[in-house]
Design a protein around this ligand. Sequence first.
Ligand SMILES: [Cu+2]
Length: 264
Amino acid sequence: MARYWALLFLLVPILGTALFVVAADEMSWPLLNHWFPRDVSEYGYVIDNLFMVILWLTGVVFLGTELALAWFMWKYEASVNNEPAKFTHGSHNLEVIWTVIPAATLLFIAIYQLNAWADTKVRQPENPGATVEVVGRQFEWRLRYPGPDGRFDTPDDLFSVNELHVPVNEDILVHLKSADVLHDFFLPNLRVKQDAVPGMKINVWFRATEQGAFDLVCAELCGWGHYKMKGLLRVESREDYQAYLKKLATEQHLAALPVGDDES
Ligand SMILES: [Cu+2]
C-alpha cells in the first residue's frame, strides 16, 4: 500500500519527459508549442545547439536521479521491508566519482561553448550596417540613432521610443545602457539577451535574416511596471530603414523642442 508513494514519485520523470516532448512537437500539438520562438538571426542556431546539448546532459541526469529516487522508495519501503537499516560512513571512491564526473562535464561545456561565446560576445562586427543606442529606463526603451553624420551626441541625432528599426542582413551594433535600474535587453527571435547595467555601456550585436516585426522585451524584473516594458523590433529593407530615419528627422526638426531628449 505504502509503495504507492514510489509510484507517485515515478510520475515526476514520466510526466516531465512527456511535457517536454509535447512542447517540442509543434506538428502534433500546435496549441502546446511552447518551445523556442522562430529563429531569425545569423547566430541563433549556435545558441539553440548549445541549449540542446545542455538540455540533453541535464535531462539524462534528471531522469537518472528521479528513477533512482523512485526505485529506492519502492525497494526500501519500511512497511514491507523487515531488514534493519545499515549505517555507513560514506565511500571515498563514490565521493571522488561524483565530484570528478560533474567537474569534467562542466569543463566540457566550458570548452564546447567557447565559439558560441566568441561569436556573440567577443567578435564585435568591425563595420556594422547600423548603430543604435538603446537606453532602458522604467519603463520603456529609449532609442537613439546617430543621424546622417554617423556620430552620437551631435545635433542631428534621432530619437524614438520602444520601436527599434534595423535593416535586414546587416550587422547591427547596439550600445546598451540603463538610465536607472538593471534592465535586460531581450530579442527572443534573435536569441539576444543582455543585461543593461546602470553606469555601463555594453555593446551587443546581431544580424537579422528575415524582415518582420518581432518582440523587444525586458527580461529583468525592474519594478512595478516591468510588465509593460515591451517594445517592437522592426526588421526591414535598407530602403525602408532609410525612409524611417528620414521620417524621424523631419518630425524632430519640425518639433519646437527636441523629442525624447535623454536625461541619462
Ligand atoms: Cu526593465
